[in-house]
Design a binder for this molecule. Structure first.
Ligand SMILES: *Cc1c(COP(=O)(O)O)cnc(C)c1O
Length: 494
């Protein structure tokens, strides 16, 4: 980047960051319209040049973007913010533009940092890195779930048919079932992508209990697993681990582990944000069996507060990933993609020689250096800093939940009338949920998402941004006060 481009960008970034706390969560409708109508419909014959293009991006296009999506009151979906250190590291990623696909440890540390970062992330979640030797960064929990189902199918069909490899031999007419409790929609997408089929994702969950649990019907689960075993189907089981409307967890995961061992099933846990309950003291009982999973999905762009797009995948079976994503054992990989190093050996280098090339353990070949922002954030905050961040978000969601539960115009829908993790689920008593959501989001002060609960519309708020504050600082109102004011005002006169 030329010095001029760099300084224009810097000026824009400074102004944006200085007002992030007070920017409306979404785009201003007028600016959005201006930007939309300005979008070129065809490729310019003669390029605009860098200066004019950047001016167009910062002056017009940026106005059409969701201004405060990284800010403290964007509570739609499950949206993380961006820690300053993660933002800085992400800029370095762009600057150095490493292609993290082949492990070439004497040429670049990128693959080693990726591997070390994944170990640090396991430690953050109190998981033993030695227990999860198969690991990689992905673009999101959806991709991690695709890896989870691909690995589960590969492994479970080989349990039923020893020596058979779906990756090598194709599906071969063997079925595979995925038993879930209120699974995230991306798991169903993953079943579609890997060829298991959406219809083979079967919900064995029961109604959410008052403790926010998402119990499996274990009797039904075992009967279905037995039938699969008799038919020679592969079996994958995926308990709920941070359900998107309630933050709930499937209890008795150790019982499910026993069933998986009995029937040769793969246990996949989608802990996209739920895994971070490991950092909340009073939720330990809900998440104590995470380590029993064969594979785990963890999002980084949610609760780790690093920029999009970033997530991780872990498995205890180190050999399953390369059996799918590596070269065929029959032919080997192309020579130009082989790893290795030349030059003198020394102990620290010898210790990292065996790291697999990322291209052999995930979907992509060429890929971004996603690990660096996570590495930087983990170093900057440490275990205690992340525990504090997550606990602060949970405390915020619980305080807002208590306010809603006590409010005459609202009904809190979280099981047991209390917020478990970071998701607040509610509706108004006299305003329809679609209208309520419209009013909340039109306030320009906070942003929530629609959902459906017990067959009726509802509104949900998910808190996972490092900037969200419960206390007033100086002249700035707390985000909790702002949310309470908005919630009060949108139900007045109705
Ligand atoms: C957000 C989420 C996903 C999808 O994650 P992406 O990062 O958007 O791909 C999957 N599972 C759960 C439980 C989630 O919360």
């Amino acid at each position: 980047m030329s010095g001029d481009l760099l300084s224009s960008l810097d000026a824009h970034a400074r102004a944006h960051l200085a007002s992030l706390r007070t920017l409306p969560p979404t785009a201003d409708p007028v600016k959005l319209r201006t930007a939309l109508e300005s979008l070129p419909k065809s490729l310019p014959d003669q390029g605009w040049g860098d200066a004019r293009t950047l001016e167009y991006l910062t002056g017009t296009v940026a106005g059409g973007l969701a201004q405060g999506q990284a800010g403290p009151r964007y509570w739609g979906f499950v949206t993380g913010g961006v820690l300053p250190i993660a933002q800085a590291a992400d800029n370095l990623v762009t600057l150095y533009d490493q292609n993290v696909q082949v492990h070439l440890p004497t040429q670049s540390l990128s693959t080693v940092i990726e591997s070390r970062t994944l170990e640090l992330l396991l430690s953050l979640l109190s998981l033993d890195p030695a227990g999860f030797p198969g690991r990689t960064f992905t673009t999101g929990a959806t991709t991690s779930n695709i890896l989870g189902l691909a690995c589960g199918r590969q492994w479970a069909i080989a349990q039923a048919h020893p020596g058979y490899s779906v990756a090598e031999d194709g599906f071969g007419g063997y079925g595979c079932k995925v038993f879930v409790a209120k699974a995230h929609a991306s798991l169903v997408k993953a079943a579609s992508v890997v060829g298991i089929g959406r219809k083979n994702v079967i919900d064995c969950g029961q109604d959410v209990d008052d403790n926010g649990g998402l119990p499996f019907d274990l009797v039904r689960l075992e009967r279905l697993m037995k039938e699969c075993k008799e038919r020679g189907d592969g079996i994958i089981v995926s308990p709920g681990f941070g359900e998107v409307n309630t933050g709930g967890f499937t209890p008795d995961v150790h019982r499910i582990r026993e069933l998986c061992d009995t029937y040769g099933a793969w246990l996949h846990i989608d802990g996209a944000f739920g895994a971070f309950a490991k950092l909340v003291p009073d939720l330990q009982g809900y998440v104590e069996y995470l380590h029993l999973a064969d594979s785990i999905t963890v999002d980084a762009h949610k609760w780790l507060n690093v920029p999009y797009d970033s997530a991780a995948f872990f498995t205890r079976h180190a050999d399953v990933l390369p059996s799918i994503f590596g070269p065929s054992p029959a032919t080997g990989g192309p020579a130009y993609l082989s790893s290795g190093s030349v030059g003198p050996s020394y102990p620290a280098l010898d210790a990292v020689q065996s790291i697999p090339s990322p291209l052999n353990v995930n979907l992509e070949n060429s890929r971004r250096f996603r690990a660096l922002p996570v590495f930087a954030a983990l170093l900057s905050l440490g275990q205690e800093g992340y525990a504090e961040l997550v606990q602060r978000n949970v405390a915020f969601a619980r305080a807002l939940g208590d306010y809603i539960a006590a409010h005459e115009s609202y009904e809190l829908l979280n099981p047991g009338n209390k917020v478990l993790l970071n998701i607040v689920l509610f509706r108004a008593k006299t305003v329809d949920s679609a209208e309520l959501l419209k009013r909340i989001n039109a306030s320009g002060q906070m942003y929530a998402s629609p959902t459906s609960w017990a067959g009726k519309g509802a509104v949900r708020i998910a808190v996972s941004n490092w900037m969200t504050r419960m206390d007033q600082t100086g002249e700035t109102k707390s985000d909790l006060d702002i949310a309470m004011e908005v919630l009060d005002s949108v139900v007045q006169d109705s």
